[in-house]
Design a protein around this ligand. Structure first.
Ligand code: ARG
Length: 264
């Protein structure tokens, strides 16, 4: 706990006082800054599904994680103010559609389908899907799960790869609003496997050393890249984000955040 406090303190000092604004799920007015014409005084609302450690999670009433550090560093480098809200996954996209969320960071994979509806920043993280299985499972590839129950977070790339393999109407697929619920169901035997992002499942593996399970990769799983999303056509905000992203890639800040969460 002492360590946690230290980390929190270091983070606060490190990224500046703005971070104090990203407190709880936040009931503050959205569409912030509308009272002023000066672009820089606007507070941009960032949406995230804070149930996806190590990328985003609730820690007491604070939202923390890799993505939160990244978006704060990007905002600092771009000279914009942000407020992070725990919107959940589907409402994040709805919020951007409706305009009460300005940008989203939530380990969102850049896909062609999503690019039709949203604009993505330059990528900031590389990922792929993995399959979570009981340690003694004979399943060696995705196809071996045919007929079995597979847990996924709904409307994610994990769901996509399962549907691609078994069809859109596969009855074995069980969709959850968030990934921890799928993993919980796996550990009590309600689903035979979970398909989700590698770093998230690996984070579970680290934390649940006492449980017997394994992670495997299927050859069909492609390389994915995470990006920050904005409403389609919001070029002004996207340019600021990309400029900030470029800066933190060049000045080592992104690597520093990477090392903090994933080691060298
Ligand atoms: N990378 C996957 C996708 O974009 C899963 C992301 C889920 N993120 C979250 N915070 N729940 O579909």
């Amino acid at each position: 706990n002492g360590k946690k406090w230290l980390a929190t303190l270091a983070l606060t000092v490190g990224v500046g006082l703005l971070v104090s604004a990203c407190g709880s799920g936040g009931q503050q007015a959205s569409g912030g800054g509308s009272g002023s014409a000066a672009g820089d005084s606007k507070v941009y609302v960032v949406g995230t599904d804070a149930a996806y450690p190590p990328f985003e999670k609730m820690e007491a009433d604070k939202i923390t994680g890799f993505d939160i550090d990244v978006v704060q560093a990007v905002a600092d480098a771009a000279g914009i103010k942000i407020e992070v809200k725990n919107t959940g996954w589907d409402p994040l996209f709805d919020g951007i559609d409706k305009g009460n969320v300005d940008l989203g960071i939530s380990a969102v994979t850049i896909t062609d389908e999503r690019k039709q509806k949203y604009d993505f920043s330059d990528p900031y993280f590389e990922a792929n899907q993995l399959i979570l299985l009981p340690e003694d499972s004979t399943v060696a590839k995705l196809a071996d799960l045919k007929g079995k129950k597979i847990g996924v977070q709904s409307a994610t790339t994990g769901e996509q790869v399962v549907k691609k393999a078994f069809g859109d109407t596969y009855e074995g697929i069980k969709g959850y609003d968030d990934t921890p619920s799928a993993v919980d169901d796996f550990f009590i035997g309600r689903v035979d496997a979970v398909v989700a992002d590698n770093a998230v499942l690996q984070d579970y593996a680290k934390k649940m050393k006492d449980k017997k399970f394994k992670l495997i990769k299927d050859d069909s799983f492609e390389v994915e890249h995470y990006g920050i999303i904005v409403k389609k056509g919001n070029a002004d905000l996207l340019n600021k984000i990309n400029q900030g992203m470029k800066t933190i890639k060049e000045n080592g800040k992104l690597k520093e955040i990477n090392d903090k969460y994933f080691g060298q």
